[in-house]
Design a binder for this molecule. Structure first.
Ligand SMILES: [Zn+2]
Length: 306
């Protein structure tokens, strides 16, 4: 913005802040004839022209990276509104840049991880989670630590879809009432968060409230039928985010073992109730040898493959 600082002021400009709608042809570049000589449209005018052609004089939402605010979007506004006399866009949604080790990912620096490379080592869900769990206007920090956090969040979401305990005979009425009201609260909270400038991190937080209540209900003996409406709501809302929530790389044999592992965990829970610590620890240790890790929490025992 300072005259003559970054490069010499162009003497073809009446004002240093002027920008070109039409670029004069340089040797070897594609060009078209025009009243101002052979050339091509400037970059900014391309966007205004496409917008005008496909969407009309005014659009509702214009997106883009926050590195485009100046000069690109300011110039788009200037030329489009001069032409139509109408507001160009009602809302501007500018996203922050993805950062790797404190630097913006950029082709010129060479610190780029392509989506394909990412998917060789991680699930698509973990990338979605990473994006959703940050405010879109802020820079997104990409690191192994943040990814591990995303994996833990996904695992927690998946935990809500586990079936009822085999011995379930129904949860107490007050638990079911709470589950029903949490289902509704989560839906309303999710919508309110998304209405608040796409606060997806807040909306994710709402989902965890429902996850917590579903897991409490299951541990209180809720049947599949009792869990189903809350799980359906959770599936709908995670679906809004495009989260698939597939089990990570669980092979068929492992999946087939699930009900038997759950059976052992239920038996161990009984043993713990009877304060038979020796045998309950033995079950945990033997499962650990088989690669099954148990985690005892106040909502009961969960497990995952090591
Ligand atoms: Zn543009």
């Amino acid at each position: 913005m300072l005259v003559g600082v970054r490069k010499e002021a162009d003497d073809r400009k009446e004002d240093p802040l002027d920008f070109a709608l039409w670029k004069s042809a340089k040797p070897g570049e594609p060009s078209w004839p025009s009243p101002w000589g052979p050339g091509r449209p400037g970059w900014h005018i391309e966007c205004s022209a496409m917008n005008y052609h496909y969407f009309g004089e005014s659009i509702d939402i214009h997106g883009g990276g926050n590195d485009l605010i100046f000069p690109h979007h300011e110039n788009e506004i200037a030329q489009s509104e001069s032409f139509t006399g109408k507001p160009f866009a009602r809302y501007w949604i500018h996203n922050g840049m993805l950062q790797l080790r404190g630097e913006k990912m950029s082709k010129s620096i060479g610190n780029i991880i392509s989506i394909d490379e990412f998917l060789e080592h991680h699930s698509a869900d973990s990338f979605r989670y990473l994006i959703l769990n940050s405010a879109y206007r802020n820079p997104i920090i990409f690191s192994e630590e943040v990814l591990a956090q995303a994996e833990r969040g996904l695992e927690r979401l998946r935990s809500a879809f586990q079936p009822a305990n085999p011995s379930a005979t129904g949860a107490p009425q007050e638990v079911l009432d709470e589950l029903r009201s949490q289902t509704e609260t989560t839906r309303e909270g999710f919508i309110a968060s998304m209405d608040d400038d796409f606060n997806s991190a807040g909306a994710l937080g709402q989902l965890f409230e429902l996850v917590r209540m579903i897991n409490i209900a299951r541990d209180s003996g809720a049947t599949d039928a009792e869990l189903e409406p809350a799980q359906a709501m959770l599936r709908e809302l995670t679906g809004v985010f495009g989260l698939l929530l597939n089990e990570p790389k669980a092979d068929q044999n492992q999946a087939a073992a699930d009900p038997f592992i759950q059976l052992l965990i239920d038996l161990r829970t009984e043993l713990r109730k009877q304060k038979n610590w020796e045998l309950s620890d033995k079950v945990r240790d033997r499962l650990a040898e088989l690669g099954v890790v148990l985690e005892d929490g106040k909502d009961g025992t969960r497990w995952h493959w090591a």
